[in-house]
Design a protein around this ligand. Structure first.
Ligand code: SAM
Length: 270
């Protein structure tokens, strides 16, 4: 029998320092899946603990979550630009019957599938662009279009396509810059009225020719007036504005003479 001091050494060597084995395995798999944009809590292991926006998007969700029913039993959800699935996971956890998350980036889709599997949630993640969502069959009770609008060169084209998928509610979120105030405007102005365009609340979008926040995929950044007028112009009613960048909308006037605005615009009949 080895002396007591050696036996203590053997005992302490048999328990490796650091987190339990399952946490270490999770952390290794998370790292293997590349850089994460969503900070998910996977059984206590964070996926993006050093996110430049903090605990993202949980900090946003804290303000939005009460504007979405706690109980989504039976609901269907489409999460466009789902990234690693933060919002899809939350909608499924609230009981949604079917959640489809779509994104163009395979890395994010792999992260989302891994997260759903780890949390034992059945969610469908598919590769789709926002520009082809109108080819996905049927409508969804909830459509989430969050954090993508300003990344698009054709933002209103995408919004008008998305409208076709909205059964009950659109949850719309975009970065905004410029005025954060909403004003009311006349239905029309004379051609020589140039002053109205100098009002910083007047609906406007900033075009980013090169890059913003080191991200060359930021193209059009609206002010609040532009967001709200575009939502209305696409036939949506704004029901709630739970935080600065998020609007909950219902489709009320999305067709004219029985046809979607997108189809009329494309064939020149709008
Ligand atoms: C800023 S992230 C927002 C992620 C998430 N929706 C959120 O709000 O946290 C933008 C996401 O949109 C995806 N994306 C970019 N272009 C897209 C497109 N054309 N169609 C669908 N997703 C797109 C990106 O891959 C990325 O996951």
């Amino acid at each position: 029998m080895p002396p007591l001091s050696d036996r203590l050494q053997i005992a302490s060597n048999s328990v490796p320092p650091g987190p339990p084995a399952h946490e270490a395995t999770l952390a290794r798999r998370i790292a293997e899946l590349g850089d994460w944009f969503h900070n998910l809590d996977l059984h206590g292991v964070p996926t993006a603990p050093h996110h430049f926006l903090g605990d993202f998007p949980n900090i946003k969700w804290q303000h939005i979550s009460q504007a979405i029913p706690e109980d989504l039993t039976g609901a269907t959800v489409l999460d466009i630009g789902c990234n690693a699935g933060f919002y899809s996971l939350h909608m499924k956890q609230r009981g949604a019957r079917y959640v489809l998350g779509v994104d163009v980036d395979e890395r994010y889709l792999s992260q989302a599938r891994f997260a759903a599997e780890t949390l034992d949630l059945e969610i469908d993640f598919q590769k789709h662009s926002v520009y082809d969502v109108d080819e996905i069959p049927g409508q969804f009770d909830y459509v989430l279009f969050m954090g993508l609008f300003y990344h698009l060169r054709y933002p209103l084209f995408a919004l008008d396509k998305i409208i076709k998928k909205v059964g009950q509610r659109l949850v719309f979120q975009t970065m905004i810059r410029g005025s954060e105030e909403a004003s009311t405007w006349d239905d029309d102005y004379p051609f020589w009225n140039k002053e109205v365009f100098l009002d910083s609340n007047f609906p406007a979008m900033y075009f980013i020719e090169k890059s913003y926040s080191h991200d060359y995929t930021n193209w059009w950044i609206p002010n609040r007036g532009a967001v709200e007028s575009m939502l209305r112009s696409s036939g949506l009613e704004i029901l709630e504005h739970p935080e600065l960048e998020t609007w909950i909308c219902a489709p009320v006037n999305v067709k004219r003479d029985g046809r979607y605005i997108l189809d009329m615009e494309l064939d020149g009949t709008l």
